[in-house]
Design a protein around this ligand. Structure first.
Ligand SMILES: *Cc1c(COP(=O)(O)O)cnc(C)c1O
Length: 462
């Protein structure tokens, strides 16, 4: 299996090279040359596999340059950190099936991908004799999932910037209580935007970047998408059969998770996965795209589902490539036009195609709170605000004969304030985090200046 860039200006590369490259060197995103298809018999044979066994079957079709025994071991280790035996269990409430993706070490779905990515990075660096210093800025969630993905790993150090005292207490503790020697939490005296600007400034210093083998954590690494394809197939196997489709509702920010669903649908026999419902909060760039063919930048609004407060959907280009008929030249041109004008418009024919692929709906804050409280009253089950955005869209678009899976992307305890507002009490903290406040912690408080962070890196990097 070879990987190409959506902008067409790199020679095809292997899976392991694609993972190490992250963003394609021509500025595009990496995709497999073709998406492997699974026939009805193979799918039927997967029905009784455990999650890690299924993950191996799916991932090995894309990652054919890692020996099977090694890949199996990497996958098993990645999901051994989950606290539920089914890894991503389905629970049914009323007409909906909630797929709980939050049983990993940081209680959010990003663990499904980042536990795997961390192990793959370590494995490949051991083979090449290389090293990697990961640098990133976080507003909360991704930082902790990345830290847990690489804590204690050889040949990797991670430096995560967060705005001092401007992330929620639990988010801060989830990061700073990881005291492994290879983990550095830098609380900057500034905002999340300052953090992002600092990271960008340091990455733009090409000499420094090369000298320290700086790597990024972002949602564009192909291995992350690939790991997420697995749970769509896992759910479809449990709820569907030859004659019955399964629909999915996906709370969306960067277009990453729902793009994984799109890949899963293309892999499986026609009709296995039915509709993909793209659920956004007030930051509705993607909803406008699906409903009106309007992909144009707005300004970011802060909501109670902060991990979806995004206006540039970094994985969008991957879907755009398929929408434009797998034409890299057209994709590159469209992305250039978007960079110049901050918008793209799609014609009637393209809009029809987009609406065959996705249904979209935006949910505001009030509706999100109402969804959490109604669902709790009716089913005694607590949704986190991101999941609630998806559930609201699912209820509005449900087809009575088709099972509907709502992806639950975070544990409600991570967003206790919003939950409290909806149901009048805090959700319970899972046992694995009950002692969080008592744990030792380590964090550097540092000025929000490129030089200060660069000096810190130069001193502590591998
Ligand atoms: C990141 C995140 C999302 C959005 O996922 P994308 O892949 O960016 O679409 C949704 N919910 C939670 C809790 C997240 O952390």
């Amino acid at each position: 299996m070879q990987y190409i860039s959506t902008r067409g200006s790199i020679a095809p590369i292997s899976f392991t090279k694609a993972v190490m490259m992250g963003l394609a060197t021509d500025g595009g995103l990496l995709l497999p040359e073709s998406i492997p298809t699974i026939d009805q018999n193979t799918l039927a044979a997967w029905r009784n596999l455990s999650y890690p066994e299924l993950a191996f079957e799916v991932i090995s079709r894309f990652a054919d340059d890692i020996p099977a025994t090694d890949l199996r071991e990497l996958i098993n280790r990645s999901y051994a950190t989950f606290t539920h035996p089914e890894i991503t269990p389905l629970v049914s409430h009323g007409d909906l099936h909630i797929m709980e993706l939050f049983h990993g070490p940081t209680l959010a779905f990003k663990d499904v991908a980042l536990q795997f990515l961390g192990n793959v990075f370590e494995y490949l660096l051991k083979q090449s004799g290389g090293k990697m210093n990961i640098l990133g800025a976080t507003s909360g969630d991704t930082g902790s999932a990345a830290i847990y993905g690489v804590r204690g790993k050889e040949r990797i150090k991670i430096f995560i910037l967060h705005p001092h005292k401007r992330v929620s207490p639990i988010q801060e503790l989830q990061m700073t209580t990881v005291t492994d020697e290879n983990v550095f939490n830098l609380a900057i005296r500034g905002t999340f935007d300052d953090g992002q600007a600092i990271v960008k400034g340091i990455f733009n210093d090409i000499d420094f970047k090369e000298a320290h083998q700086l790597g990024a954590v972002n949602s564009i690494n192909w291995a992350r998408i690939l790991a997420q394809v697995v749970y769509y197939i896992y759910a479809a196997l449990q709820l569907g059969d030859n004659s019955k489709s399964v629909d999915f509702s996906v709370p969306t920010g960067n277009f990453g998770d729902i793009f994984a669903g799109y890949v899963a649908r293309r892999m499986l026999p026609h009709g296995t996965i039915g509709r993909l419902i793209l659920a956004t909060n007030e930051n509705n760039l993607l909803t406008r795209f699906v409903q009106n063919g309007d992909y144009s930048l707005g300004s970011v609004v802060q909501t109670i589902s902060p991990s979806m407060d995004i206006q540039v959907a970094s994985n969008f280009e991957r879907y755009l490539y398929y929408l434009l008929g797998e034409d890299a030249q057209k994709t590159a041109k469209a992305m250039q036009s978007f960079a110049d004008n901050g918008k793209l418009h799609f014609d009637q024919g393209q809009q029809e195609k987009i609406r065959m692929d996705f249904v979209a709906q935006s949910t505001n804050e009030e509706e999100t709170i109402t969804t959490i409280s109604d669902f709790y009253r009716e089913h005694g089950y607590i949704l986190d605000p991101h999941t609630a955005v998806g559930v609201n869209s699912a209820l509005a678009n449900r087809d009575a004969d088709t099972p509907m899976v709502c992806l639950a992307t975070a544990h409600p305890a991570k967003f206790a304030e919003a939950v409290d507002k909806a149901i009048g009490r805090d959700p319970e903290m899972p046992a694995s985090f009950a002692d969080l406040e008592q744990r030792p912690s380590r964090c550097e408080i540092i000025d929000a200046k490129v030089d200060a962070v660069r000096d810190f890196l130069a001193e502590h990097a591998l």
